[in-house]
Design a protein around this ligand. Structure first.
Ligand code: FNR
Length: 195
């Protein structure tokens, strides 16, 4: 069976380069990884401890996110860069995910790979650095290398989520193969009971 990998884009924008990068990753993934792009991040409210305590299991959008992350063998997170850091949308989701839930402590020991695309020339270097720091704090097992910084996204990603640029396709394929090895290295072996 393939490893199930949940892909999160830190942008809610319809034409997000980061979502397109994840859609390209779905198309480029090896058969050993089953990638799914999470499309409900907009249903996650702003973190509020009062909201957390009001409902035992948390708001519905948060429950769904926790359950999706808990069910995944790994996460791929594509972050935009806003003012040299990850966007609030992504930090907010991680803050919710860092909290205990009925699904457990879902980020602890979760294999995670980080990448990102920006319209400018630096390709989310600083956003990825801040994202890694937060993920380490949450106990996630973040793949150290290879890194993937997609700069000047408009020249590398097409509107239909195919990658216009062959070097980026190769980097993405290498990145995904490395993530598969990373999951195999840090996660328990695949052994799921038949339903
Ligand atoms: C940006 N952008 C940006 N780019 C960058 O390389 N470094 C940065 O610090 C910033 N800062 C920044 C702040 C804010 C508030 C916005 C809205 C944008 C540009 C950013 O890379 C571009 O908008 C991307 O297209 C965002 O990613 P998505 O939405 O296409 O996935």
């Amino acid at each position: 069976p393939a490893r199930r990998v949940l892909c999160l884009a830190g942008s809610l924008r319809r034409d997000s380069w980061n979502r397109r990068l994840l859609q390209a990753a779905v198309a480029q993934a090896p058969a050993t990884l089953q990638l799914d792009v999470y499309d409900a991040l907009s249903t996650v409210p702003l973190f509020d401890e009062d909201l957390e305590q009001r409902e035992a299991a948390g708001p519905a959008g948060v429950q769904a996110l926790h359950a999706a992350v808990a069910a995944a063998d790994g996460l791929v997170i594509a972050t935009p860069e806003y003012n040299h850091a990850m966007p609030g949308v992504l930090k907010n989701a991680l803050d919710w995910l860092s909290r205990e839930s009925p699904a457990g402590d879902v980020l602890a020991e979760k294999p995670v790979a980080v990448l990102g695309a920006s319209s400018g020339p630096w390709g989310t270097r600083l956003a990825q650095a801040s994202l890694r720091q937060v993920l380490h704090t949450c106990g996630a097992l973040v793949m150290p290398a290879p890194t993937l910084f997609v700069a000047n996204a408009a020249s590398r990603l097409d509107a239909d989520s195919t990658l216009a640029d062959l070097a980026t396709v190769q980097s993405l394929q290498d990145f995904l193969l490395a993530f598969e090895r990373w999951i195999a290295r840090v996660a328990p072996p695949l052994a799921r009971p038949e339903p």
